[in-house]
Design a protein. Structure first.
Length: 242
């Protein structure tokens, strides 16, 4: 513990060395009250309080958190900062140096879905929902491996599927049907083969009759589909693709 009134002119040589060293140790430990206790510190001394995780200033009477002095709101033992309490932060996206971000539903007088530009990016260089565009690179729909079951369930949030049949099955009415979607379903027999596939009421085929799939072991059919609406899926089966 260091008494910052010492050493004095009346200190003995031995005491002078000890008292000066105590002051050096206190400064090296940043006056941390969890480690060391000091007395008679000068006003405006700065210390680190490892118990409360705060930098503090001695005002001559008490220790005051520097966060209070600088208007930063601190909460929690880990010293988390409440963003609302930080002063002087930018109030706009451009204030952070971001110039091409979409922050609202419109840019100037144009909606985001039909914008001529996004920041400095020309319309030809980003995808839009309501604008005819030509893609210069291939776009791919994910392929999902379906779980074999007596009734096979499809979530049309995905476009393409593969199923390997291990018994007589039914391709049920899918969930999340939205008009305009298309894709394929690869239907494979397991090594044994001989399995049939019935179709739910949403699946519509030419002539109103569901096709009979290829039944040989390991043989593959491809079912192409187009969703007309939530209750109609136009489908066509290409058999024995090899």
């Amino acid at each position: 513990m260091a008494n910052w009134n010492n050493p004095t002119v009346t200190s003995t040589y031995a005491n002078f060395v000890t008292e000066a060293k105590d002051r050096d140790v206190s400064a090296a430990l940043q006056f941390d009250s969890a480690i060391i206790t000091d007395t008679n510190l000068p006003t405006n001394t700065i210390r680190w309080n490892s118990s409360s995780k705060l930098w503090q200033r001695w005002d001559g009477t008490a220790w005051v958190a520097l966060a209070v002095t600088y208007g930063i709101s601190i909460s929690g033992g880990a010293g988390s900062v409440a963003w609302s309490g930080v002063t002087g932060k930018p109030t706009t996206v451009s204030g952070y140096g971001i110039t091409d971000a979409i922050t609202t539903a419109s840019i100037g007088s144009q909606s985001v879905s039909n914008a001529a530009n996004l920041g400095s990016v020309a319309a030809a260089n980003f995808a839009q929902l309501a604008v005819a565009q030509t893609w210069t690179k291939a776009q791919r729909g994910a392929v999902v491996i379906l779980t074999d079951a007596p009734t096979i369930t499809i979530d049309m949030n995905n476009p393409n599927f593969i199923i390997t049949l291990a018994g007589n099955r039914t391709l049920g009415n899918p969930s999340n049907q939205v008009g305009g979607q298309s894709g394929i379903i690869i239907i494979a027999q397991n090594p044994t083969g001989g399995h049939t596939l019935a179709f739910g009421s949403h699946w519509k085929f030419a002539g109103g009759t569901a096709p009979t799939i290829t039944t040989g072991g390991w043989l593959v059919d491809v079912l192409a589909y187009y969703i007309h609406d939530s209750g109609w899926i136009f489908a066509s089966l290409t058999k024995d693709v090899r």
